[in-house]
Design a binder for this molecule. Structure first.
Ligand code: 6PG
Length: 260
């Protein structure tokens, strides 16, 4: 396994959430509003317990929320008030409880009729926030990702061709879902300084194994293509999600990062 990849196995979903929250605390420490920590949150439901940690004491007060800029890895073709909206979950869990103290957050306009335009606008927004322009690629300080049972991450699904034309955010048709999604591309994800996969539940064990310890001849999962050139990847798994991993992989990254 890539030496820049480490695996932490923790007891349950609450411990996964706590690990995720601690990563944000350390990312923000020492930052200032004019030099914020730029974080990309994943979609799906796994982040919800982490959001609850972040929005409650004592974690809430350990973070200078003026020194964070929040982004999303992908979005469904729905408005923020839709239960499926990834931004909607973040808004209900973090922005609304914080009120005027809410962190600066930039969402993908999933409700737009033209999702290709939404993708281009989001890419332009990211570039402008980072003041990083082609051919350079903005480097997020921290990217949270989830894992689907089919090995997808963000909205990068098996069998869905992602144009390798330099784009950082694209709109893709996902046949399996019969819907278009807007997603960060591997190019953007792989420019991050730190990627943290948060994965919990026995239903993910097969995808985790296929991603971190693929069998001979097994098709790599989209999640396995997240491998930042100059960054690290940390997999935080609960015991159920890690159940199919060989012991050597489950303890990867040295004893301090192994099973807890
Ligand atoms: C999405 C996500 C997706 C998610 C995984 C895991 O928009 O669906 O970005 O990649 O992280 O599907 O989803 P759960 O956390 O709900 O299991």
């Amino acid at each position: 396994m890539d030496p820049r990849t480490s695996v932490r196995v923790v007891d349950g979903v609450g411990d996964v959430a706590r690990q995720g929250a601690e990563a944000l605390v350390s990312c923000v420490s020492g930052r200032r509003p004019e030099q914020p920590c730029r974080v990309m949150f994943s979609g799906g439901t796994t982040p919800e317990p982490m959001y609850r940690f972040l929005a409650s004491e004592p974690t809430r007060s350990r973070i200078d929320w003026n020194s964070i800029e929040c982004f999303l890895s992908d979005e469904r073709p729905v408005p923020p008030e839709d239960p499926d909206s990834n931004y909607g979950l973040f808004r209900r869990s973090v922005i609304e409880p914080f009120g005027l103290m809410a962190p600066r957050t930039y969402r993908i306009r999933g409700e737009a009729s033209d999702l290709d335009l939404s993708a281009r606008r989001y890419e332009a927004l990211i570039r402008s926030r980072f003041s990083v322009f082609p051919p350079d690629i903005p480097s997020f300080d921290l990217v949270y990702l989830g894992l689907g049972q089919d090995g997808h991450t963000a909205s990068l699904f098996p069998g869905v061709e992602i144009p390798d034309d330099g784009r950082l955010v694209v709109a893709v048709w996902v046949e399996a879902l019969h819907q278009k999604r807007v997603t960060a591309t591997f190019r953007l994800l792989n420019a991050a300084r730190r990627v943290m996969f948060l994965v919990a539940g026995k239903e993910k064990a097969r995808a985790v194994k296929r991603t971190l310890a693929p069998g001979r001849g097994e098709e790599p999962t989209p999640a396995s293509r997240v491998s930042p050139r100059d960054g690290e990847v940390i997999w935080v798994l609960d015991r159920e999600a890690a159940a199919n991993l060989p012991a050597a992989v489950a303890g990867a990254g040295g004893p301090e990062r192994g099973r807890r």
